[in-house]
Write a protein that binds this ligand. Structure first.
Ligand SMILES: C[S@@+](CC[C@H](N)C(=O)[O-])C[C@H]1O[C@@H](n2cnc3c(N)ncnc32)[C@H](O)[C@@H]1O
Length: 216
C-alpha cells in the first residue's frame, strides 16, 4: 500500500513471493515498477479509498504512506484518528482472517521551542510534503482498533537518524551533478530538508514506528 518506486516489491520477489500488488497514486511509479518486468508483480494506480482487490490478500505492507492521509487542518479539527481508522478498516477488508500487516510510519513527537526550528519543520511540511502530516504514535495505536491486533511495535528513531544522515551525505557527494540536472533550488531544498530530518530525529521531534499487525 503506497508502493513508491517498487523497491519493496522487487525485494519481496527476490525473497520468493509469487504474486504481489503495489498501489500508488503515481503513473510514473507504476510504469517504473512494471518496467522491471518481474513475473507476478503488478502496480496499480488507484486511491486506496476506492481500491477493491479481486481477491483477498494473504498480507499487506505499507511504508511511509499514512502521512499523506490527514492534513494539518484536519488534524486541528480533531479528525486524525477517524481518518487513520478508516484506512485501517479499509485495508482490513482486503485481507484473509489472521493476515499480517507490516506497517511503518514516521511520527511527530516533541515540539521544538525555537522559532527557527519551528520554521524549518514548517518548510518540510509546506514545501517537501505539502498537505501531509506525520501521525502521533498514540493516534495510530487508537486507530488500529478494532480491526488489527498489535503483535509487535518498535520505534526506529535512531535508525532513521542514521538513514537520513546517510541520504544527506550522498546528496552532498553528488551536489554538482544534481545542481546541473535539476537546478539549484532542488538541491538546496533537499539539502535543507535532510538536514532538518537529521535534527528532528536527534532531538526527538520525529520518530519512526514499525508495527506488526494481525487481522482480528
Ligand atoms: C512517501 S511515498 C512512500 C513510498 C514507499 N513505500 C517508500 O517507502 O519508499 C508514499 C506512497 O504512497 C502513495 N499514496 C499516497 N496517498 C495515497 C492514496 N490515497 N492512495 C494510494 N496511494 C497513495 C504515493 O503515491 C506513494 O507511492
Amino acid at each position: 500500500m503506497g508502493c513508491g518506486w517498487g523497491s519493496n516489491l522487487n525485494y519481496l520477489h527476490q525473497r520468493g513471493v509469487k504474486r504481489a500488488h503495489g498501489i500508488t497514486l503515481s503513473t510514473a511509479q507504476q510504469e517504473w515498477t512494471e518496467s522491471r518486468g518481474l513475473p507476478g508483480i503488478k502496480a496499480i494506480v488507484c486511491d486506496y479509498a476506492k481500491y477493491e482487490p479481486e481477491e483477498k490478500y494473504d498480507a499487506i505492507q505499507s511504508i511511509e504512506m499514512i502521512d499523506h492521509l490527514c492534513s494539518p487542518a484536519q488534524s486541528r479539527e480533531g479528525k486524525a484518528i477517524e481518518i487513520y481508522r478508516s484506512y485501517f478498516e479499509r485495508l482490513a477488508s482486503w485481507v484473509k482472517p489472521g493476515a499480517y500487516f507490516g506497517f511503518q510510519a514516521i511520527l511527530r513527537n516533541r515540539v521544538p521551542r525555537r522559532r527557527q526550528d519551528l520554521e524549518d519543520l514548517a518548510f518540510t511540511a509546506d514545501v517537501i510534503f505539502p498537505g501531509g502530516l506525520n501521525p502521533r504514535l498514540e493516534e495510530l495505536v487508537a486507530a488500529v482498533n478494532p480491526y488489527w491486533e498489535i503483535i509487535d511495535l518498535r520505534t526506529q528513531r535512531e535508525s532513521y537518524l542514521k538513514t537520513t544522515a546517510e541520504w544527506l551525505r550522498r546528496l552532498r557527494l553528488h551536489e554538482t551533478e544534481i545542481r546541473q540536472r535539476w537546478g539549484n533550488q532542488v538541491y538546496e531544498d533537499y539539502d535543507r530538508y535532510l538536514s532538518i530530518c537529521v535534527r528532528a530525529f536527534s532531538n526527538h521531534w520525529s520518530s519512526d514506528v514499525q508495527m506488526k499487525l494481525r487481522r482480528i
